[in-house]
Design a protein around this ligand. Structure first.
Ligand code: SF4
Length: 352
């Protein structure tokens, strides 16, 4: 059955016309789905009953549903989402005083194989469609605030859930355009961050996009040898090539490239690593997020101690490289960075 979420307004207008309806019915349909976040045709009362019935016969808004919700003591919620084919992926909602952040997935599993990440253990099952990517935001906002209720403060989106954004480039960018559309969810590109493990040709393509969110590069290593062990993608796109693409990346005024650095005890957290990181990013308008590792029995690493992370940060900051220590969110429900693995059983007791 044809799915409507993921279509642009122009495509909804074409659909309305194909059903013998005027263009404005397509615009109403688009607004109902993408602005008011309605998924039941019965609730689209601005459309005539006959059209709603015909739509229900030949289409569906989307097939994503919430399988489980896991609540953390810090307010974070992890959503296990089920897609039309029975596959599962995750999204995470993190409330903040001034704004909320939703971390979304772009693939079911991931092929990149970073050795500090639980998602890597799943391998790649498949890419997600633009509609499936956007459905995460709609379902989460509806669950937290209610259908059609505007969040009281802004929403930030980060493509840092399951998957490598730039290995599903076309669908991620189609989703970004839908998310940013003023007539839809209206989450502007400045509020969206796309993360990559360093797929150089796509970084270059992303640089030329007319609607371009912030870019975050997952780095986590300062020599090719070290980074290849942690992130095998480094074999294909080694540091020199990645840094060249970052240097050439056209930043807007006051924009910075974000570099994510997962802190692993005894692996990449020494003062020498910090100094190498400073040299590597020399000449790039950058900021660094230091991410305390979230250990799991399946992963071969330990987390750096808080003191070690603070010392590392100090070296960066002293060299005028802005560096922030990310506060882990939702650790008790396996919602923190690198923990997403669509786990249902092990934490079944934590859900509601
Ligand atoms: S860190 Fe990101 S790119 Fe690397 S395996 Fe995990 S999901 Fe994939």
């Amino acid at each position: 059955m044809e799915l409507l979420l993921g279509k642009t307004e122009a495509e909804m207008i074409d659909l309305a016309r194909s059903l013998g309806e005027p263009a404005y019915r397509g615009r109403q349909l688009y607004a109902a789905i993408c602005q008011r976040r309605v998924s039941d045709f019965a609730d689209m009362t601005e459309l005539p009953l006959g059209l709603r019935q015909r739509l229900a016969e030949v289409t569906r808004v989307c097939e994503t549903r919430i399988g489980r919700i896991f609540h953390s003591t810090d307010g974070t919620r992890r959503y296990l989402l089920q897609y039309g084919d029975g596959r599962e992926a995750e999204a995470v909602f993190m409330p903040e005083e001034r704004r909320d952040t939703i971390c979304i997935s772009c693939q079911i599993g991931c092929a990149v194989g970073c050795t500090f990440c639980m998602t890597a253990q799943l391998g790649l099952k498949r890419n997600m469609t633009a509609g499936e990517i956007v459905s995460q935001v709609i379902l989460v906002l509806n669950e937290v605030y209610g259908v059609g209720i505007k969040p009281p403060h802004g929403t930030n989106l980060v493509f840092m859930g399951m998957g490598e954004s730039f290995l599903n480039y076309a669908e991620v960018m189609a989703a970004v355009r839908l998310l940013a559309d003023e007539k839809g969810l209206a989450i502007g590109p400045k509020r969206i961050t796309v993360s990559t493990s360093g797929i150089v040709p796509r970084i270059e393509e992303f640089a030329r996009e007319p609607i371009r969110p912030h870019l975050a590069i997952s780095l986590s290593g300062t020599t090719d040898e070290q980074r290849t062990t942690l992130m095998p993608i480094n074999r294909r796109y080694p540091l020199a090539e990645l840094m060249r693409a970052c240097r050439e990346y056209p930043l807007a005024d006051r924009e910075r490239l974000t570099f994510e650095y997962v802190m692993l005890a005894g692996v990449n957290d020494s003062p020498a690593d910090a100094r190498r990181l400073v040299s590597l990013l020399n000449g790039i308008r950058a900021k660094v997020n230091l991410i305390p590792h979230n250990p799991a029995p399946e992963l071969p690493y330990r987390a750096s101690s808080p003191d070690r992370i603070l010392d590392f940060q100090k070296i960066l900051v002293e060299k005028d490289l802005p560096a922030f220590i990310r506060r882990p969110r939702g650790q008790d429900i396996s919602a923190a960075c690198g923990q997403l693995a669509a786990r249902q059983q092990a934490y079944a007791g934590a859900g509601v």
